[in-house]
Unconditional design. Sequence first.
Length: 83
Amino acid sequence: SLFPGGDTTEEKQPPASTEDESQERVYGSDNTGVSDVTELKREEMCKILDQVKEKASSLLKSSLEWEKIDEKFDNTIESMEKK
């Protein structure tokens, strides 16, 4: 007879795998594939953000220039009306 904790003839089943363990098998232990994709996405988002900033800066500059033109036009109209 066998005592608890002693040798048995049955093989112990491995514990049920967790989602993390499954992902580790798919992506590798250091998740290199995932981190590469994440880095590429981050770089792409940074480029897009830079483009948005550039467009916003250009739009602001145009808006300020338009205000100056509009102000000059108003002053010219006022000057002509006085004459």
